[in-house]
Design a protein around this ligand. Structure first.
Ligand SMILES: NC(=O)c1ccc[n+]([C@@H]2O[C@H](COP(=O)([O-])OP(=O)(O)OC[C@H]3O[C@@H](n4cnc5c(N)ncnc54)[C@H](OP(=O)(O)O)[C@@H]3O)[C@@H](O)[C@H]2O)c1
Length: 311
């Protein structure tokens, strides 16, 4: 079978198309014929070796943390899936990836894909939508009327966050580059602030939730607390253990998240996609052999919605 692998940590030039043996599912695993792969910034981070303490030294490695496909074989003990099931999911394990024609995965990363949504769409519902859901619903308890600012609103997590915050009844302010104003409003945002023209942190508005999706410049908590209500919630995606103290005592609240692959959440996202309560935006599609270009696009840091690799 064809696969994209890398044999040492480094840049996207290390990604190579190769031939590999089709894997055999072990206990609790299924073999999936992959139809689409969703990429996330973490795939570039893992490939760079940023997480090598946990991703380890075993090579070759696959890449791509979201996928959709069809189960072709089940290992021992698998009772909740069978051959022929269409599935999608988020590969939480940083040692693993979806970049092959067939992959084996433990069942806890997967959910059934409804027939009504395409494989491409299903491959975008993992990491980013789980992150937005677990942040807004579980960490921030967003409810009808909540005033939510989303900083970094035009990329993968940002678009998912706009759509899910609207689903929860929030009033959403999207913050992104001025070129993305119409795009963010078309995803459901009520208002827009261009970070390259206006300093949202000097606004007199007070938010219930400030969701910092853009993570490359560290936490903006100290700036964001001035535009949060006293019992408001600042939340970010930077799982830094140094934030533990702040997360216990700070007011406005300080929260951060490390997304988890949860079957119930994947099932909910699939249902919302079928009901068109959420509609993933796919800006670009690539073929398996174009994985390097796809990684370079993600690594640029200015994604519009999601990109997928179709097989
Ligand atoms: N902790 C977790 O569990 C978890 C889960 C998922 C993601 N993450 C992390 O969250 C981050 C975002 O993920 P993503 O999938 O949404 O990434 P993405 O698709 O690449 O989106 C990046 C966003 O950042 C914005 N941005 C870029 N430069 C900016 C700047 N100077 N100021 C303000 N915004 C800027 C972009 O908007 P413009 O194009 O308009 O600049 C875009 O909206 C990544 O670092 C990812 O690793 C963490």
């Amino acid at each position: 079978m064809r696969a994209i692998v890398y044999n040492s940590y480094g840049g996207s030039e290390f990604l190579k198309l190769t031939d590999m043996e089709k894997p055999i599912p072990q206990k609790g695993q299924v073999l999936i014929e992959v139809k689409a792969i969703g990429l996330n910034p973490r795939d570039c981070n893992i490939r760079n070796g940023d997480l090598k303490i946990i991703s380890g030294k075993a090579f070759p490695k696959l890449t791509g943390s979201d996928l959709s496909g069809i189960i072709v074989d089940c290992g021992a003990g698998v009772t909740n899936f069978k051959a022929g099931d269409e599935v999608f999911g988020y590969i939480e394990d940083v040692k693993s990836g979806g970049s092959a024609e067939y992959v084996v995965l433990p069942v806890q990363y997967l959910a059934l894909k409804p027939k009504e949504i395409s494989f491409d769409t299903a491959a975008t519902l993992g990491c980013t939508y789980l992150t937005a859901l677990q942040t807004l619903r579980d960490k921030c308890k967003v409810m009808p009327g909540s005033k939510v600012a989303i900083y970094g609103a035009s990329g993968g997590v940002g678009v998912a966050a706009i759509q899910l915050a609207k689903y929860f009844g929030a009033v959403v302010t999207a913050v992104s580059n001025s070129s993305n104003e119409n795009f963010c409003l078309s995803q459901g945002a009520n208002s827009f602030v261009a970070y390259d023209k206006t300093d949202i942190f000097s606004s007199s508005d007070k938010y219930d939730v400030f969701f910092q999706v853009f993570s490359k410049q560290g936490s903006f908590y100290d700036k964001a607390k001035g535009i949060l209500k006293h019992m408001g919630i600042y939340t970010c995606l930077i799982p830094d253990p140094r934030f533990l103290f702040k997360s216990l005592f700070a007011r406005p609240y300080f929260k951060y998240i490390l997304v988890k692959a949860k079957r119930a959440d994947l099932d909910l996202l699939a249902k919302l996609a079928v009901e068109r309560k959420i509609t993933p935006y796919i800006s670009n599609k690539f073929k398996l052999e174009q994985m390097k270009e796809a990684h370079d696009m993600i690594n640029g840091g200015h994604m519009k919605g999601k990109i997928v690799i179709t097989l």
